[in-house]
Write a protein that binds this ligand. Structure first.
Ligand SMILES: Cc1cc2nc3c(=O)[nH]c(=O)nc-3n(C[C@H](O)[C@H](O)[C@H](O)COP(=O)(O)OP(=O)(O)OC[C@H]3O[C@@H](n4cnc5c(N)ncnc54)[C@H](O)[C@@H]3O)c2cc1C
Length: 335
């Protein structure tokens, strides 16, 4: 089997025989918008209309949907139990209920605070500087009926925080307002920046009580994504795009690539990392590298001019920029 072609071509839609309409009927996709805009603190910089709309998901339903699919495909799903420690030499995982699982392969898909990754760092098998590329996101969810004055399309706001952006995203039930940026550039001023942004939005004081914070990887993908038969996937491996912080696609895709590596190394599990790393670097990591270059241009050059050059740059080929954000076109080239 030609693996390069296999992981390039097969989509979730094909693997799980599902499609947009079905996801909408299940409430997983609950909103869509053809329009979008980008603002700076002085007002609108650019707006656009897409051929293929943005789709918004209810994240809890989305995650549950795919977990059920894994169960239907034969995975044994254990809930209410967390992995707490690892014996890397014996390839064992111990849970907080005291259960020990021994496995031929361990796939750490346990998010940005990954215990699997931390165990590998602690054992000295991974040496990347993880925390230098960490970002923080703050978000509030505002029930639609409480604030009808929002635009009904997504808006990105630049210029409210260094090395990051704020957003206002519509949804079926809630308007989501958020901000995210690189920790090392913001130096603890997250709340201050978020409040400055919120002052420009139709929110009331009571909404400010529900601000939630989340860490997110922001350009700190690991150059060594595991160890022998232990592979790190998605946020656990830092696979989120360093410009927009989007990681759902990368989580799915790295899972698919890890599955390929497992199949290929089944009789020689110690070889899994070598195969995974090669496939990952030839596909996702190269994208993340180019996204990082674009981030450098946006946040270190355009920011000096309050992002005014961004629309000029985008209008040179607006469709290409839109396709990059949609994942339909590589970060590598936009012409
Ligand atoms: C505020 C915010 C907004 C975002 N918006 C977008 C967006 O619009 N588009 C986009 O593409 N990305 C977005 N992202 C990024 C995206 O959410 C992540 O990149 C993506 O969820 C990564 O998926 P994952 O499966 O690797 O990790 P997660 O989704 O974090 O899943 C990890 C799973 O592991 C489980 N787990 C953790 N520890 C353990 C343990 N010890 N034992 C057992 N299980 C464990 C968790 O319960 C969880 O189910 C956003 C992130 C944030 C913070």
């Amino acid at each position: 089997m030609d693996q390069t072609k296999y992981y390039d071509v097969l989509t979730l839609e094909e693997i799980f025989k599902t499609n947009l309409n079905y996801l909408k009927s299940q409430g997983v996709i609950n909103y869509q918008s053809e329009k979008y805009a980008i603002y700076n603190p002085k007002g609108e910089l650019i707006r656009g209309k897409l051929e293929f709309p943005y789709h918004f998901v209810d994240r809890k339903l989305y995650d549950k949907f795919w977990l059920d699919k894994a169960g239907e495909a034969g995975a044994k799903v254990l809930t209410g139990e967390r992995a707490v420690s690892f014996d890397i030499q014996k390839s064992e995982v111990e849970t907080d209920k005291g259960n020990i699982f021994k496995a031929r392969f361990i796939l750490g898909a346990d998010g940005v605070l990954s215990k699997t990754r931390n165990a590998l760092i602690k054992a000295g098998f991974i040496r990347d500087k993880w925390s230098a590329g960490l970002a923080t996101a703050l978000e509030i969810f505002i029930p639609k009926q409480e604030c009808p004055a929002f635009h009904d399309y997504p808006i990105i706001y630049l210029g409210y925080i260094p090395w990051g952006y704020a957003w206002s995203f519509p949804g079926a039930e809630n308007q989501i307002l958020g901000i995210c940026a690189l920790n090392r550039k913001v130096k603890g001023r997250f709340k201050e920046c978020f409040y400055n942004f919120l002052k420009t939005q139709p929110v009331s004081k009571k909404h400010l009580l529900n601000i939630k914070g989340h860490p997110l990887p922001y350009g700190n993908y690991l150059t060594k994504p595991g160890h022998n038969n232990i592979l790190l996937i998605g946020d656990a491996c830092g696979l989120a795009d360093p410009l927009l912080g989007e990681g759902i696609y990368y989580a799915h895709k790295s899972g698919q690539i890890a599955a390929m590596a497992v199949l290929e190394s089944y009789n020689n599990p110690g070889n899994a990392l070598k195969i995974y790393k090669k496939l990952l670097h030839g596909s996702l990591v190269i994208e993340l590298k180019y996204a990082k270059i674009r981030r450098q241009i946006v946040f270190s050059i355009f920011s000096i001019f309050n992002y005014k050059p961004l629309p000029i740059f985008m209008r040179m080929n607006q469709r290409a920029f839109e396709e990059i954000v949609h994942g339909q076109r590589s970060f590598k080239c936009h012409s």
